[in-house]
Design a protein around this ligand. Structure first.
Ligand SMILES: [Zn+2]
Ligand SMILES: [Zn+2]
Length: 634
């Protein structure tokens, strides 16, 4: 069925925003509008990163509306072009086809696209907006709306105004406001709207770059057959390689230099984890080969290491200076330079003062320190430095380093700079290696313990369970402690998997659920609130068991029996609502008429009319008084 009116979407307006404006214009509830548009009542789908039920929405559009074409919906009003940017062309086309011909929930499609694997939500829980954009919209369009560009993962600034995004009202809370689901930017429940900034601690050039380039990708028309391969080649041309293979350590360093550690951590994509390039990075190009889902955030960050921006990526021009930088790093493998050969002597000549030594050699102190580590040169601390650090602290720091304490931890605890810590390390022979080794041992023990604890909790677990439930630990152990892991954790055998299948005690689940449902019904019937119809799905979802019940109905006979007993027919529900309404009016000591009964219960006169005599009897039996002007009066 077509609806008579639907707003024309603004450029880049999100799907939920257009729907929100529609429900405001028509003055009907969100659920009612959702039923008309999607044939189901929940608004959740339109708030997710990719709305589902698109064919239903298209079919509901008035004649001539642009959304009759589902392609327009996904390409112009969702982040679909962004999410699929790095997907191979064929995969992209397939997803597009499934999505634009689907009259169902988008959940499986989103999973297929890898959106659930994003380390930062693929779309924010609370829709975002920019205050400056909002004011411009009010002038240009006469209303405000939400834009797709502001909802992209990892984006915290407006690409256009370079200002932090907002997601609600300071007084009323984040959007969507409870009880008023689809509110437009700038609207709220109180009379003094004040925009609520999103929670983020980093807003610098990195955030700006991400916002601009994510937006660029969203509207990019470039659709190479295999963007990932193009990216891999670019990375290699930039010098992040060992021969023809990607050198992930170099790449991780470059990404961290480009975006800085704090920012990357704030969006959930640190380049390094546990002294190794992070898993999202380490496996990126392998995914490409196996045609698995590639997160666009990962792709953009990798791109940032080798290209000035997306535009340059699309044109294939890599950053030249990175190439020369990486060459200078590589020089160590080729011809040892003369300054390196004589470094010990030069340091001695400068009283082991690294900075003046660096000045003489025209190098940075970091380069000198790196080379000193490499050659195992001990550089004693200057009396000044010792005084600055404090003798007691110095001894503690050295002990901690020897015990494998993380350097970041030490920097935090003693409030010293990274450079000071480097100087301390240089003053104690081999301490950097000892620290590294100890820290590694500690991580190993930690992961071993995680596995041991896991097996203690669930003794019948197999390797597969570890892979699924402790992916990071598995990853670490299989790379660093393979023999121990394989000795300690049994492989899945037929026997083991059979045991696992029986681990759920269905009878117990069934009995417990049946009891809980009865309790819920009792509670709902006695809570005095306006009645809701007691249905099976309502009761099951109250206990979070709707999914389990629908897929295992045969294993839950007691629950089925109980549901049969307690759920209401439409008629039962009707009379329960009427009874509740009469009681309310009695309590308020009002005379009862069809009119006030209709308003109290929320049932139309048309539906009350056929039951006048039953209602009359109910009123009398509950001790109510009928208004003499009402048609109920005899
Ligand atoms: Zn803006
Ligand atoms: Zn407010």
């Amino acid at each position: 069925m077509r609806i008579p009116f639907f707003p024309i979407p603004a450029k880049g307006e999100t799907v939920f925003s257009v729907i929100g404006r529609c429900s405001e214009r028509l003055g009907i509830s969100n659920h009612e509008l959702m039923m008309l548009l999607t044939r189901q009542r929940y608004t959740k789908t339109v708030f997710s990163s990719l709305p589902g039920y698109l064919t239903n929405i298209a079919a509901a559009m008035p004649k001539g509306h642009p959304w009759q074409d589902t392609n327009t919906i996904i390409f112009d009003h969702t982040a679909f072009p962004y999410f699929t940017y790095f997907h191979p062309r064929e995969k992209k086309l397939n997803t597009e086809k499934t999505l634009t011909t689907s009259g169902k929930s988008n959940q499986p499609i989103a999973v297929g696209m890898g959106l659930s694997m994003y380390r930062t939500p693929a779309s924010p829980r609370h829709p975002r907006f920019c205050c400056k954009c909002m004011n411009e919209q009010l002038i240009d369009y006469g209303y405000s709306f939400f834009q797709v560009q502001h909802q992209l993962p990892g984006v915290s600034l407006c690409w256009k105004h370079n200002e932090i995004l907002f997601d609600g009202c300071i007084h009323c809370g984040p959007y969507p406001l409870i009880g008023k689901k689809l509110t437009m930017p700038g609207q709220c429940l109180c009379s003094s709207f004040k925009a609520r900034p999103i929670l983020i601690d980093i807003i610098g050039d990195e955030a700006k770059w991400i916002a601009e380039n994510s937006t660029y990708i969203l509207s990019s028309k470039s659709c190479g057959d295999n963007q990932t391969e193009k990216l891999r080649i670019g990375i290699i041309q930039s010098g992040f390689c060992k021969g023809t293979l990607v050198d992930y350590s170099k790449l991780a360093d470059a990404i961290e230099t480009r975006f800085n550690h704090k920012f990357l951590t704030s969006i959930g994509y640190p380049a390094w984890e546990n002294d190794k390039p992070s898993p999202w990075l380490r496996r990126y190009f392998n995914h490409g080969k196996s045609n698995r889902q590639l997160s666009t955030v990962s792709g953009i960050l990798i791109m940032g290491a080798a290209f000035k921006n997306v535009k340059d990526f699309e044109n294939g021009s890599v950053i030249k200076q990175i190439k020369s930088q990486s060459i200078s790093i590589n020089l160590g493998d080729e011809q040892p330079e003369s300054w390196k050969k004589s470094l010990t002597q030069t340091l001695k000549d400068h009283d082991f003062r690294i900075s003046s030594c660096a000045n003489t050699l025209i190098k940075t102190p970091w380069v000198i320190s790196k080379e000193a580590f490499k050659q195992n040169i001990t550089v004693p601390l200057s009396p000044n430095a010792i005084e600055r650090i404090g003798n007691k602290n110095l001894q503690q720091i050295i002990t901690k380093l020897k015990n494998g304490t993380y350097k970041k931890q030490i920097l935090n605890d003693y409030k010293i700079s990274e450079w000071t810590l480097t100087l301390i390390e240089l003053s104690v022979p081999n301490i950097r290696k000892i620290n590294k080794k100890k820290a590694k041992d500690l991580i190993l023990l930690k992961h071993r313990k995680t596995v041991k604890d896991f097996l203690q909790r669930a003794p019948s677990s197999t390797r597969n369970d570890v892979i699924q439930q402790l992916p990071r630990t598995y990853d670490y152990l299989i790379n660093n402690d393979k023999t121990w892991f394989q000795d300690f954790v049994p492989k899945a055998t037929k026997k083991a998997s059979k045991k696992r299948a029986n681990r759920l005690n269905w009878q117990e689940i069934d009995n417990k659920l049946a009891v809980k449902i009865k309790e819920t019904v009792k509670r709902v019937l006695n809570n005095g609130k306006k009645p809701l119809r007691i249905t099976a799905s309502y009761l099951l979802s109250q206990h979070g068991q709707l999914q389990r019940y629908s897929s295992n109905q045969s294993k839950l006979p007691n629950t089925s029996k109980t549901l049969n007993e307690v759920t209401e027919s439409k008629e039962q529900y009707f009379f329960r609502k009427v009874t509740w309404g009469i009681k309310q009016l009695n309590q308020a000591e009002q005379e009862i008429s069809i009119d006030n009964l209709r308003r109290t219960c929320g049932i139309s006169q048309y539906r009350l009319q056929p039951h006048l005599s039953e209602i009359r009897n109910l009123i009398y039996s509950l001790g109510g008084k009928i208004s003499s002007k009402s048609i109920l009066f005899e």
